[in-house]
Write a protein that binds this ligand. Structure first.
Ligand SMILES: [Zn+2]
Ligand SMILES: [Zn+2]
Length: 321
């Protein structure tokens, strides 16, 4: 099952020539989940991977830079004769605000559901879930933890046969937890394998809530609006500095830290260098970059830069063929 994060917009507050407003597309199998939808997100997607058939949108909070692209996108889906239903989730107050936008997007025929989530609420999807948790920002704001179900442990067929189990239906019974011919499942089935986890903070000041939610996550996507020299401003506006985000990543023992919501006032390299002093596995994705999360036994998360209109890895693969 493939799992990747596509950074459709990585700017803080105002777009720059190189960075669009916040939007992160999570792709897992056929599912397409958008977290935040800043103004211009439609165009960012059309310019890169195309306007995906989203299944869900999760808004972190209702500051304009995080949702203003949504009414227009909902309208476009209607004009494109979309049929797949869509659910928009957000913190308490999201539904009321989106209802006030009805004159823009009307009542789409594809079936639009607006749903406020309380902190701790979980949205179940096939093979994974998305949990909302409260972060520390101005007004109510959620982070989201995308948590795959654990996979069953590895089945040792060679050992099972050596212990006298006949290949075929008996193998299935063992894997389902039954005792077969005196052989117990735990003799031939390994420990359950932890599902992959991605945690997205949205806007937040540093908070232990992220450390808890992101404990040993494969990827933490943390905002990094400021450099630490501007820590006072970060505190006043309930944002984080690169160093603070790196400390959270270290405390949570995540596999990779991806910094986003970066201000155009700093070069991305400075943000990255500051964070890497505390947490080496830090990346600062640019617009249209992808982080790929292979299954853990195939390696750790990897940043793929967007090059020449496609992800770098695809370019490499094409060059070989
Ligand atoms: Zn913001
Ligand atoms: Zn905000």
């Amino acid at each position: 099952m493939d799992l990747s994060l596509f950074f459709a917009g990585t700017a803080a507050s105002v777009p720059s020539a190189r960075r669009g407003l916040p939007a992160l597309l999570i792709r897992r199998g056929a599912e397409r989940i958008l977290i935040d939808c800043g103004e211009g997100t439609q165009r960012q997607l059309v310019r890169s991977i195309g306007l995906a058939e989203l299944t869900d949108v999760f808004l972190t909070h209702m500051h304009a830079d995080h949702w203003l692209g949504l009414p227009g996108m909902l309208k476009s889906f209607e004009l494109r004769d979309r049929e797949l239903p869509l659910t928009v989730h957000g913190p308490p107050g999201m539904t009321a605000l989106m209802e006030r936008m009805r004159p823009i997007y009307g009542r789409p025929r594809y079936g639009l559901t607006l749903r406020d989530l309380e902190p701790g609420e979980v949205v179940r999807r096939d093979g994974f879930e998305i949990a909302a948790f409260a972060v520390r920002h101005r007004g109510v704001a959620h982070g989201y933890a995308v948590i795959e179900d654990d996979r069953p442990g590895r089945f040792d067929a060679v050992l099972a046969e050596r212990l006298g189990v006949t290949p075929g239906p008996d193998f299935g019974r063992l894997q389902r937890g039954e005792v077969v011919d005196g052989v117990h499942p735990e003799q031939v089935v390994g420990e359950a394998r932890r599902g992959r986890r991605v945690v997205v903070t949205g806007d937040t000041a540093p908070t232990d809530a992220v450390v808890v939610a992101a404990h040993r996550a494969d990827v933490l996507v943390h905002e990094s609006t400021f450099l630490h020299e501007d820590a006072d401003r970060a505190a006043q506006t309930c944002h984080s500095t690169a160093r603070q985000a790196a400390q959270i990543a270290a405390d949570a023992e995540v596999g990779m830290l991806a910094l986003t919501h970066v201000s155009a006032r700093y070069p991305g390299g400075q943000i990255r260098d500051e964070a890497r002093e505390l947490f080496a596995a830090t990346e600062v994705p640019r617009d249209f970059d992808t982080i790929d999360l292979p299954l853990p036994e195939r390696g750790g998360p990897q940043l793929l830069r967007w090059e020449g209109g496609r992800p770098a890895a695809a370019a490499v693969a094409d060059a070989r063929s």
